[in-house]
Design a binder for this molecule. Structure first.
Ligand code: ZN
Length: 1005
């Protein structure tokens, strides 16, 4: 299933129920102390804030999300949508695994679909029957078959032996807890024999996005119905009774009866279409390959298709009629990727057709069903006339991920869900190979750093989201909780990790062997380790299981500290890395002392070699490495291109030498290693492993840097420092510095989006946003002119991608007129929500307190929204928002969350006292609110400590590096832009703009 990101933090929905909330001892002491002081000093009566409860239920959507055209909206690895089921608590032992005594060989599934008015009361339902040929491995008189939400005709359920003789059923019932249909026989079923189970049933077709369900396109009254399906993880049992575990593979003969205005698709090619009476058609599909139940797929629709025939393979893409042209891109890259992976692994795709269908309502990003991949419309359809490069990349990523699953997932499946990373990690990793093959200009391997790798490290460095990659599960909610950033992104990063200690050919041969060995079967993680160990025999002889167990059975990852004791000697040790120094170790998981087998790769400036770096191993004890031939000026660099899944920190001196190298000639170090070095420095500084100045020094060369992956990494990391400095006197210097650093990049790219390649598109958006945010003069001028043009003409031709930046910049550097114009637009009912949201956000960018006060009191907007839009934009905005929130809490529908959200900007003892005082005054808050309170207190403590540690050194550094002209360079500090005396070029013909200055301006006119 597809997969990642970032827009909706996956970790939150996936927080396990068993993660009780925890407060650090230190926090508790501070909290209690403050409470006691307040009790005495303020003489206010309150109770202790209740400890938060452990309830953290996975919330399932009750309504169908609208089809999204915005790639940012895609949740790539959501849990399967699922009807909440009455499951016992997870502390109850799970006894719902299938018995190995009896296994399915073949299913014959017949379904009749009712979607039309003429179907009367049967409309939006289906009838079905199933015959399952089963083989008995150990004599038994009990069969358990998964079933859920089906209306079974028990009277028709029967059992025969291989000679068609009835076998007497003595008892028949549904075990709802384990979702089993239990059939007990009067006489035992003999080992070595086949038996056939028969059942009839019906079920509704609702828009519930799981199992087999109804979707539609068009608007009422012209909606057109269709049927789609989604079985992963355990929804095949809602379509027909089945042995619904991935390890219970079988073949499937599907027959779908439907009206002749639609066509039916399933995993295999159609072998027969029989016209029945009235307008019914019975479509019979070829017997499937041996596969898992979660891969069964059905689509019944009137969609048109586009087709490519390549040798004996027919690839078709299907979509609703108005969108079919936009399926062309996925059709062509899909075929290229399929052929590439066939050759890459030397195993042909084994079905003569592949259908890819864009479904109007689909919960996951896409689903890899063998022979019939289903997508969201936004992940399969790309129209170059309409969509952005961002959408194009998204489509390429998702198609590549699903095609990669043909080998990792379809051909070789997992035995049980705890190993699901073998599917999702590999598919996510191979995505980069597939995209790189079809779009070589994108340098897509570099993007691994800012996509999956960033997501993996983020999830894995917080105790709230980190978990062992391999985690035993049983209940459905536990299974679904595994489809998270750890399985996808850390899984992908773990695949890359092999490169840190195995040769590429060994990895490649090992994976080929793994696929050959387990094709049409199932595997567990140990099977892969065994095969990779075998592949490395005669090379490095690595015990792959020993290495990989530390990365798959423990949560988290290490930070490796490299300390140079003299010119030629380094001492290296490791420690568990948590991004928040007030976070805690997870005691519910096995940890082996949090020690990893760390494959070290390294090079140095005496002979920088990023292709064949030196290697070593680090385990429990620190190691000493002797570096030959280094001088005092030489640097060392570890974890080449971040192949290994760990972070690196150095002593101050080596950080400085790396910064010097960046300044002198950064190209000596590869762009991937530049990005990862900068990333490590910022991340190491957050929990005090190093000083933030060591990270900031690495940015001094950025006026010579043009690589997308480096800039993207820097900008992601800048956010925290930006927030911490926002309310300090040094923020001005910070603005000046970044305005200077980004200017060459900004000037090289400009505003013309028709120029440059794929990466220039993303780089340009970053450059404009950064340059305008930090006040680069030309950027501010351009933004104002574009905004003024809109004001004067009523024509908004500002590109969508830069609208948030342009609006915010124009309002920050403009005055009343600019703000009031945005106000008029934001209260205009005809605008789309995304546009009004942008305008409302931009209105918070003004630094005029009287405008902010006006905004806060404006009855057109929800007060909490206004607070959200003001809080982080400026120091004055923060102060006014906090004061307003404190003065008015209890009115305007303020929620506690509005208060807790200030935590990201609070970083002084005074801030912490304020927060605690608020908590004390509201001690009757709910347990949910209390959890937010404790989180916020912990965050603010962390921020305060960070500021205490770094503030002075940051100030010293900023004074050194920000070259401020005493004659008054205004960049970075521009507030009101001087209005030009003559109209800009763009406005010469307008007249209106000229008129505005001379005659005044009426907002909204
Ligand atoms: Zn997947």
């Amino acid at each position: 299933m597809m997969k990642y990101e970032m827009s909706e933090p996956i970790g939150e929905d996936f927080t396990k129920k068993s993660n009780g909330y925890y407060i650090s001892k230190k926090s508790l002491i501070v909290i209690v102390t403050v409470f006691v002081l307040l009790l005495v000093g303020v003489a206010v009566l309150f109770y202790f804030i209740p400890r938060p409860s452990n309830e953290n239920e996975v919330v399932y959507p009750s309504v169908v999300p609208p089809p999204s055209d915005d790639p940012e909206d895609d949740i790539e690895c959501p849990p399967m949508p699922d009807i909440p089921v009455e499951e016992p608590t997870e502390s109850d032992p799970f006894n719902g695994r299938l018995s190995e005594d009896i296994k399915p060989k073949n299913y014959k599934v017949w379904l009749q679909i009712y979607l039309d008015i003429e179907d009367g009361s049967k409309r939006y339902s289906y009838d079905g029957n199933v015959s399952i040929v089963m083989h008995v491995y150990a004599t038994t008189n009990t069969i358990k078959i998964h079933v859920r939400d089906l209306n079974l005709y028990h009277e028709n359920t029967h059992l025969t032996d291989s000679l068609q003789n009835d076998v007497e059923i003595s008892n028949l019932y549904e075990d709802e807890v384990n979702q089993f249909y239990v059939i007990e026989t009067a006489t035992p079923l003999a080992a070595g024999e086949d038996y056939i189970f028969h059942a009839n049933f019906d079920a509704p077709l609702t828009v519930n996005l799981h199992g087999i369900y109804r979707s539609f396109y068009g608007t009422p009254p012209n909606e057109v119905d269709l049927v789609a399906s989604q079985c992963q993880s355990v929804a095949a049992r809602t379509i027909f009774p089945c042995f619904d575990e991935p390890g219970f593979k079988a073949t499937f003969d599907m027959i779908i009866v439907h009206r002749d205005k639609r066509r039916a698709l399933s995993n295999m090619p159609v072998i027969k279409e029989t016209t029945l009476e009235d307008d019914w058609i019975e479509t019979t599909f070829d017997t499937s390959l041996v596969m898992s139940t979660y891969l069964v797929a059905v689509v019944v629709s009137d969609f048109p298709y586009l087709e490519l025939i390549d040798g004996d393979l027919t690839l078709r893409v299907w979509a609703q009629p108005d969108y079919i042209a936009a399926a062309n891109y996925s059709l062509h890259i899909g075929l290229k990727m399929l052929r590439f992976f066939e050759e890459h692994y030397g195993i042909p795709y084994p079905i003569s057709k592949l259908d890819m269908v864009a479904i109007p309502h689909f919960f996951a990003g896409a689903m890899e069903n063998w022979g019939l991949v289903q997508y969201r419309e936004s992940t399969m359809l790309y129209d170059p006339e309409v969509h952005t490069p961002s959408r194009k990349e998204r489509v390429a990523i998702v198609v590549s991920h699903e095609i990669a699953h043909k080998w990792f997932g379809n051909l070789v499946s997992v035995v049980w869900w705890e190993h699901i990373w073998l599917n999702e990690g590999f598919a996510s990793f191979l995505t980069y190979i597939g995209v790189d093959h079809v779009e070589p200009d994108w340098k897509f391997w570099n993007s691994f750093h800012v996509l999956d790798m960033a997501s993996a490290y983020t999830a894995d460095s917080r105790s709230s989201s980190a978990r062992p990659l391999i985690l035993p599960v049983g209940w459905i909610s536990e299974i679904n909780s595994l489809f998270d950033a750890i399985a996808y992104s850390k899984g992908a990063a773990i695949c890359r990790h092999f490169r840190a200690f195995l040769d590429p050919t060994v990895i490649h041969n090992g994976l080929k062997d793994y696929l050959q060995t387990y094709q049409y079967g199932n595997a567990v993680s140990d099977d892969l380790w065994t095969i990779l160990t075998k592949a490395d025999e005669g090379f490095k002889g690595t015990d792959v299981k020993m290495v990989m167990d530390s990365y798959t059975l423990m949560a988290g990852h290490p930070i490796v500290t490299v300390n140079r004791t003299d010119t030629n000697t380094v001492i290296i040790k490791q420690t568990y890395f948590l991004i928040d120094r007030n976070d805690y170790y997870q005691e519910q998981y096995p940890n082996n002392g949090y020690i990893w087998h760390v494959p070290l790769t390294y090079t140095d400036s005496s002979n920088p070699d990023f292709l064949q770096p030196k290697e070593d191993w680090l385990y429990r004890d620190p190691i000493v490495i002797n570096l030959v031939g280094l001088s005092d000026q030489d640097w060392v660099l570890f974890n080449i291109d971040k192949w290994g899944f760990y972070r690196v920190n150095y002593d101050d001196d080596n950080w400085q030498k790396l910064a010097n190298q960046f300044n002198i000639n950064h190209t000596v170090i590869t762009d991937q290693s530049r990005a990862s070095t900068i990333d490590d420095a910022f991340k190491a500084a957050e929990p005090f492993h190093t000083d933030i100045v060591n990270a900031l020094r690495l940015t001094e060369y950025l006026d010579k840097e043009f690589e997308y992956v480096v800039w993207e990494t820097v900008l992601t990391n800048l956010d925290y420092t930006h927030r911490m400095l926002l309310r300090t006197a040094e923020f001005y210097l910070f603005e000046v510095y970044w305005s200077q650093k980004v200017r060459p990049l900004y000037e090289s790219l400009g505003w013309d989006f028709s120029l440059g390649g794929h990466l220039d598109y993303f780089q340009r958006i970053n450059a404009i946003e950064t340059a305008c945010t930090y006040g680069t003069e030309d950027c501010v001028t351009q933004a104002l002119e574009q905004y003024w043009f809109w004001m004067s003409t009523g024509v908004n031709d500002i590109r969508d991608e830069v609208r948030p930046t342009v609006y915010c910049t124009a309002i920050r550097h403009g005055g009343l007129d600019e703000w009031e114009f945005a106000h008029a637009q934001a209260t205009n009912d005809t605008l789309e929500t995304t546009e009004t949201d942008r305008l409302k956000s931009a209105m918070g960018c003004t630094e005029k307190s009287w405008l902010l006060q006006r905004y806060l009191q404006d009855e057109n907007f929800a007060t909490s929204t206004v607070i959200d839009n003001i809080r982080g934009k400026s120091a004055v905005g923060y102060s006014l928002a906090w004061e307003y929130t404190m003065n008015n809490f209890g009115q305007f529908g303020f929620s506690y969350d509005t208060v807790w959200e200030f935590k990201d900007y609070m970083n002084t003892q005074y801030d912490l006292d304020q927060l605690n005082l608020f908590g004390a005054r509201n001690s009757n808050m709910s347990s949910d609110a209390a959890k937010g309170f404790y989180d916020a207190v912990q965050r603010v403590e962390t921020n305060r400590d960070w500021m205490n540690k770094n503030k002075d050194s940051m100030k010293d550094w900023l004074l050194q590096v920000a070259e401020i002209s005493t004659t008054g360079t205004t960049e970075g500090a521009m507030t009101d832009v001087p209005r030009p005396n003559t109209p800009s070029k763009q406005l010469i013909n307008e007249g209106a703009r000229h008129f505005r200055w001379e005659m005044g301006w009426t907002p909204g006119a």
